[in-house]
Design a protein around this ligand. Structure first.
Ligand SMILES: [Zn+2]
Length: 415
């Protein structure tokens, strides 16, 4: 590996900003080759930071378009650049930097993040060697081979919102038991199970992965710390309505389900776009009464409709045990009724992170955080029971962009 003429021009310019931030646990000094160093310098120079000068204020720095997503993009850009080439020592160092700092990253200002990166890179800068070829250390060689390439290619990204709304910042759930068919017709006890699940799910570690997804961030954002985060507060279940004065259609269409959601909005007094911005209506149909396609094409789905009360997010939640194993009965040994909360939880997490589909967070194929982790029976993200304050419930995992340093993965809890 050749190390010469390292270029740190843009890093040196950044150093003039100064900082009081401590860089803990700097690793041993290892070499960057000139290509790698140049890539980092080019990446950072591309941020147009140098032109701001050493007296730039935090506001000025934050006005650079690149930073309007989040400080974490400094790192992701540097990593992405390096990953396209040789996964060498510079990549290993940056990866280590991410691991060292990621816990604090959301709390850092733009300037602090950039300055930490600068100090880190400066500390590992080797002596300038002219026309020398080094033999890397055992550890450096192992690190370079072992570290995964961090790519966001499989992650969710922000799609820009619908009317500015992409996620539920303070989710509220309204459960609608639609139709007189519900009377004395709940052989699996779904109402009780759903009620307890929705009552206890807010604030749980299981649901907490939704909070890494924000709205008010640029389209295409993967890791966001700006804008407003999706919420995971306790007490999300805001109301239950047994709308059973008349029967629901035997096989309700999407338009009929949407109309029931609008009716529920009126029932609960949510009659403005603002009141419905962070609300979801679960339209649950009873045993033997479901929209066509249930159990063959799908287990549930969520959508939204425009209305005079603003956009209304709703889910079609059929009587899940009617579909048997196709919708989770007995899945992964979690019991005959496992599908009820596995599917309800799936739609809940998806609606919170993609309130009005698909203006929120989806991957490059259109999959949401629930879709990417549905029906996993072993290994990372396998479906399991989680215990909430209101009981123990089978759930699937949800996709976390932040898992494994940004590569993403399915998780049953999020710190
Ligand atoms: Zn889904």
């Amino acid at each position: 590996m050749k190390t010469k003429n390292l270029s740190y021009l843009s890093l040196i310019a950044l150093a003039a900003w100064g900082t009081t931030a401590a860089v803990a646990g700097l690793p041993r000094a290892v070499s960057l080759n000139d290509d790698q160093a140049a890539e980092i310098a080019t990446t950072l120079a591309g941020l147009s930071l140098n032109s701001l000068g050493s007296s730039a204020t935090d506001d000025q720095v934050a006005s650079v378009p690149f930073f309007q997503a989040s400080p974490a993009h400094v790192l992701s850009a540097a990593l992405a650049t390096l990953n396209q080439n040789d996964r060498g020592l510079a990549n290993a160092n940056l990866y280590e930097f991410v691991l060292l700092n990621e816990g604090e990253m959301p709390g850092l200002t733009v300037r602090e993040t950039v300055t930490r990166l600068h100090l880190f890179l400066n500390a590992i800068r080797p002596e300038k060697l002219e026309n020398a070829v080094i033999h890397p250390t055992v550890e450096a060689a192992l690190n370079a081979r072992a570290l995964p390439a961090v790519s966001y290619a499989n992650d969710l990204s922000y799609k820009g919102g619908v009317g500015g709304i992409g996620v539920e910042t303070a989710p509220k759930i309204y459960l609608v038991l639609w139709g007189s068919q519900w009377k004395n017709n709940d052989p699996s006890g779904e109402v009780g199970i759903l009620t307890n699940f929705y009552k206890g799910v807010g604030g749980s570690a299981w649901l907490n992965s939704v909070t890494q997804y924000h709205q008010g961030v640029p389209v295409g954002t993967y890791i966001s710390s700006g804008g407003t985060a999706a919420g995971n507060q306790a007490g999300m279940l805001a109301g239950i309505w047994s709308d059973n004065s008349a029967s629901a259609p035997a096989h309700p269409t999407q338009a009929q389900l949407a109309a029931e959601a609008v009716k529920a909005a009126a029932h609960f007094g949510n009659t403005s776009a603002k009141a419905n911005a962070s609300v979801q209506y679960i339209i649950a149909t009873s045993h033997g009464n479901s929209a066509s396609g249930f159990g063959t094409q799908y287990c549930a789905w969520h959508s939204y409709t425009s209305s005079s009360y603003g956009n209304i997010a709703y889910s079609n939640l059929p009587y899940l045990t009617d579909a048997g194993a196709s919708c989770g009965a007995g899945f992964n040994g979690l019991g005959a009724k496992a599908g009820i909360t596995m599917v309800a939880g799936h739609e809940l997490g998806e609606t919170i992170t993609d309130q009005f589909p698909s203006g929120g967070w989806t991957d490059s194929t259109g999959a949401e955080n629930g879709d990417k982790c549905a029906w996993i029976s072993s290994g990372q993200g396998a479906s399991a029971n989680v215990t909430l304050s209101t009981g123990t419930f089978p759930v699937q995992s949800l996709w976390s962009n932040g898992y494994t340093g940004g590569a993403g993965g399915c998780v049953l809890s999020f710190p």
